[in-house]
Design a protein around this ligand. Structure first.
Ligand SMILES: [Zn+2]
Length: 229
């Protein structure tokens, strides 16, 4: 966890997932901040950003609290700072770190351009509207085909053949075998709408990235820090 006395430069609280799940990609934090956190089997991974002017010492300071005092005596220090190349987006920088990562507490700092957020283009707005409409359609479809809205008081499970009183059913899931009580065609239609939404979100994300790349940029370091917890 980030301690409260973490240096001010890295304490601007802002987390974002790296890939946008909503039509509007969140604006990246203005100064150094842990931008991504994940824990995999006792490994905590954090991504921080700090100005490209930062010294090696300042970059290493980002890892100051990157250890659990009960598990380790301090940060492992296996952090390589790469100043030779600047990637064109945070996403590209993260991919570069993934390539450099040898998989075992292999930390890296790479340079990237943090572009200002561009104004959404007409095409982006149109895609965003389509996503809103499809989300609405998806929710209406879910509601309409929810087993709780069926007239019968008992519902048969197509998988385990149980007959279940409707009052025991939540989210159209069989309480006996946990499979869906919806028809195959309903499940297929839900998947189809959901896949279309994901496709449009990806398209929006790609257009947004391309659009932002035309905007003024600030050179930053993306720093991956991994520790045992
Ligand atoms: Zn069942």
């Amino acid at each position: 966890m980030i301690s409260n006395d973490f240096p001010a430069v890295t304490r601007v609280a802002a987390f974002f997932s790296g890939s946008c799940k909503s039509p509007c990609p969140p604006a990246p934090p203005a100064t150094g901040a842990p931008v991504k956190k994940e824990t995999i089997m006792g490994h905590q991974i954090e991504y921080h950003t700090i100005s490209a002017d930062a010294t090696d010492r300042q970059i290493f300071n980002l890892a100051k609290y990157a250890y659990d005092p009960q598990e380790a005596s301090g940060y492992h220090g296996n952090l390589t700072i790469h100043r030779n190349k600047t990637y064109d987006s945070r996403e590209e920088a993260e991919k570069a770190i993934e390539r450099l990562d040898t998989g075992f507490y292999s930390d890296h700092a790479v340079l990237f351009y943090r572009h200002e957020q561009g104004k959404p283009t007409a095409q982006m707005k149109s895609i965003s509207d389509q996503i809103v409409k499809l989300n609405q359609r998806y929710n209406e479809y879910l509601e309409k085909h929810d087993v709780k809205n069926f007239k019968a008081s008992f519902i048969g499970c197509p998988k385990c053949q149980s007959k279940i009183a409707k009052t025991y059913i939540k989210n159209s899931i069989c309480p006996v075998c946990f499979s869906s009580l919806k028809s195959t065609s309903t499940i297929e239609e839900e998947k189809k709408i959901s896949a279309r939404i994901k496709e449009l979100q990806q398209k929006y994300h790609d257009l947004s990235e391309a659009n932002n790349k035309k905007m003024p940029a600030k050179k930053m370091f993306l720093v991956k820090i991994e520790w045992h917890c």
